[in-house]
Design a protein around this ligand. Sequence first.
Ligand SMILES: [Zn+2]
Length: 286
Amino acid sequence: MTPPLGAHVSAAGGLARAIERGVALGCDALQVFVKNASQWRAKPVAGAEAEAFRAAHAASPIGPLVAHAAYLINLAAPDPEILAKSRAALADELERCARFGVPALVVHPGAHLGRGEEAGLAAVAESLDAVYAALGDCPTRTLLELTAGQGSVLGRRLADLEAIRARSGVRDRLGVCLDTCHAFAAGYPLDREPGYEEFLAEVEATVGLSAVECVHLNDSVGERGSRKDRHANLGEGRIGLGLFERLLADARLAGVPMILETPIGEDEQGHARDLAILRRLAPAGS
Ligand SMILES: [Zn+2]
C-alpha cells in the first residue's frame, strides 16, 4: 500500500482554501501553516474559520493533516526573551492545531547558538516540558524534525532527536518527522542502497519506527554532508529518484504521511509534477 502522499500548501485566503488546493493537487495528506510562519504573533483563530476548515477537510478525500511551526521558534535559545517568546509561540500553535483538528505539529528542535549541542538538546527538552505543562490536556502532538544541521542547528542526527525525547517528561507526546533533504545534507548516504537500509536501521535503533509520524520528501540542492537546507524538486537534486522509490515501497512506513516541500516553481506546478513522479514510482497496484 502506498503511503498517503501530499504537499505543504498555502493557506492564503483562509485555511479552508488549503484543503481546496490539496484536493486540486490530488493529495491524500496535507501540511499547512496554522499562522504566518515568519511572524511571532497572530490573531486568535475565529470559530467560523476553524469550522470552515474542519468541514472542508471532512468533505474532502484528504486524510492525514500535519502543520509546520513557524521558523522563528528556537526552543534552545540562550536569550531568555527569545526563549520565552519561542515557548509561547509553540504553545499557541499547538492550540491552534487543536482548534483546526490538526493532530500533529512539526517543529525544528532549535539552534544552540554557541553553547554546545549537549546543553542545546537539554534546553529543547526543558522547553517542551514547559510548553506542555502550560497547555494542560492539549491533544496536539509535536513532531521533532530531523534537520540539515546548518550552523548551530540541533537535530541532524537521529540520536539527537532521541536524546531530546529521552530527557523530556512528555515523551509520549513527541514524535519524529524525517526529511530526506535534511537527512542527506546532514550526511546520511540516502542516495545509495546500503545507505537507505542503514538509515532505517538507525531509525529503529534510536527513535523507533513507531515514532516516525511524518516524512518530508524533498531532493537536495546541496551535496551529501553539505549541511545546507535547500530543497530541490524530485530528481533535480543530488539524491536522485531511487530513494523515493524505496520509501514508497517500504512496508515499514506504509501508513506514514509523506509530504512534499519542494519548490513550486514559476509556473506553480512544482508540486503537481513531483506528485506525478511519486505516483509513477509507487509500486504497481497500490
Ligand atoms: Zn521538512
